[in-house]
Write a new protein. Structure first.
Length: 476
């Protein structure tokens, strides 16, 4: 089987969120399952931020020009092999030598170029995949171009396509008047991408793909509901026969407290009590909080975006801080939230410590050092942090939504079953109640040990989900 993944970020090369974790670990997991019977390749933009460590070892495959609308742009193609997976990089300095991965005024044009370059590279590398698997709106145009512009050629027509929505809040929406000029689509193709009078690249991919997946079963149902669909519910209901949910796994080697080189002291499920104590003391030191071994540390590692549940946190945090707790936050995002947490830290320097940054190593030190991990998302396609936290023996508190619902089950002190604390309604006092329940359990060492063991012993590896993906590719 030949597979091509297309996306905008993948670890270890470029990362701003969970998408990079998935594109950095699922391909290798598929390869582990299927071995030599699978030829899997991944294609990404060659961003400026991809350092010499990788660039130095890349091989130049070829170069060609990409015609899109009236633009004729250079495209260099590089490759890099990692864990049995070939990664390709699309080079064009005008588009990808920018300070950040996204957030430029011409993101639409940048990813249109990227998608068209992916189409054009296939005959140049002599690789026509059986399945092209595109991830999120930045690569939606590969699915659209394949059917609108390349379908007349047999090699392209035979490619089956999967489009995965990692977060429906980001759709790639543009003004209709750039349809031809930027995306190179004609008036006849207008109806494929048009939604609510705008160009909507996610909608176009939903129409054109053979199979639409999302990153948990619960989210696959939710995106067909008005509350969660960010306006796309109508089109998703129309195409619900294509929709399927497969929950993400995590890279259990990269996130492994037993071997993780960036945490202060390594530990296993057997030595978690001592390991956690050491990492916690170090975390408190690093975050300038009083070194208090018995005070529960509640942590958040998250994009500062309101759908991650920060409305609830803002409302309830001061009530929570009346208890003996410490609160640690790592993340960047909406400036209003950044300011809120900066002020909170100033007012509660003994209890609150924040770091406005996106940093993988520090995030792992937090997973290792905290006791409780808070994820009160309003919506959550899958969520990886609750699984990573569990792996480091940090008990998650989650709202029962999307992938959080699929992966975390409420702890029952009577039976000792369950791997976290949950609440259902998007309500600040319900979240507060869940936090207080967690603190009460923390104060009961026997209960806490059971709950923490349950969390830590969950199998969140890719093995099961990789099999589901392979079955889907096979069916296609
Ligand atoms: C997005 C989603 C997150 C998911 C990740 C990987 O970042 O918000 O829930 O886990 O993609 O699929």
């Amino acid at each position: 089987m030949k597979l091509l993944f297309v996306g905008a970020e993948a670890l270890p090369f470029a990362s701003t969120g969970g998408l990079a974790d998935v594109l950095g670990s699922l391909p290798a997991a598929l390869k582990r399952e299927k071995g030599d019977d699978l030829d899997i390749r991944v294609v990404l933009p060659l961003y400026q931020s991809i350092g010499e460590k990788y660039r130095g070892k890349m091989e130049k495959v070829t170069e060609f020009f990409v015609q899109l609308s009236w633009r004729n742009q250079y495209c260099g193609l590089y490759s890099y092999d990692l864990d049995g997976v070939t990664y390709y990089f699309i080079d064009n300095q005008y588009y990808f030598s920018r300070g950040s991965l996204y957030g430029n005024f011409d993101d639409g044009e940048r990813f249109a170029f990227f998608s068209m370059a992916v189409m054009e590279m296939l005959p140049k590398i002599g690789f026509f995949p059986d399945v092209l698997h595109a991830h999120d709106w930045q690569s939606a145009l590969t699915v659209i171009y394949l059917r609108t512009k390349y379908n007349w050629m047999k090699e392209y027509r035979e490619i089956r396509t999967v489009y995965t929505i990692h977060n429906i809040d980001y759709q790639g929406i543009y003004d209709m008047n750039i349809l031809g000029d930027v995306f190179g689509l004609s008036d006849y193709e207008h109806s494929i991408v048009e939604y609510n009078g705008m160009i909507n690249l996610t909608k176009g991919a939903i129409v054109c793909c053979d199979k639409l997946t999302t990153v948990s079963q619960r989210y696959a149902e939710e995106i067909q509901m008005d509350y969660f669909a960010s306006g796309l519910q109508h089109i998703l209901r129309m195409y619900s026969g294509k929709v399927m949910g497969i929950v993400n796994g995590i890279d259990v080697d990269y996130y492994n407290p037993e071997t993780d080189p960036v945490i202060f002291e390594n530990y296993t499920a057997e030595t978690v009590a001592e390991g956690k104590a050491a990492n916690k003391a170090e975390l408190q030191k690093q975050f300038s909080l009083p070194e208090s071994p018995d005070t529960p540390v509640i942590a958040m590692v998250s994009r500062l975006a309101s759908h991650k549940g920060f409305d609830l946190v803002k409302y309830a945090i001061e009530k929570l801080l009346t208890r003996d707790v410490q609160f640690v936050l790592l993340g960047t995002g909406e400036s209003e939230l950044e300011v809120f947490f900066e002020n909170l830290q100033k007012r509660y320097p003994e209890k609150v410590s924040i770091l406005l940054a996106y940093n993988k190593d520090i995030s792992k030190q937090i997973y290792a050092g905290a006791d409780i991990f808070l994820m009160p998302s309003k919506s959550e396609p899958c969520g990886l942090a609750q699984m990573i936290a569990s792996r480091y023996g940090t008990v998650p508190i989650v709202r029962e939504v999307g992938g959080l619902y699929d992966t975390i089950h409420a702890y029952n002190p009577e039976t000792g079953e369950g791997n976290g604390i949950t609440f259902c309604t998007y309500d600040a006092l319900d979240m507060l109640d869940a936090c207080l329940r967690a603190i009460d359990l923390y104060d009961d060492p026997e209960q806490w040990e059971t709950l923490r063991d349950n969390a830590m012993n969950m199998d969140f590896s890719w093995a099961v989900s990789a099999k589901k993906y392979l079955e889907m590719y096979q069916n296609l």
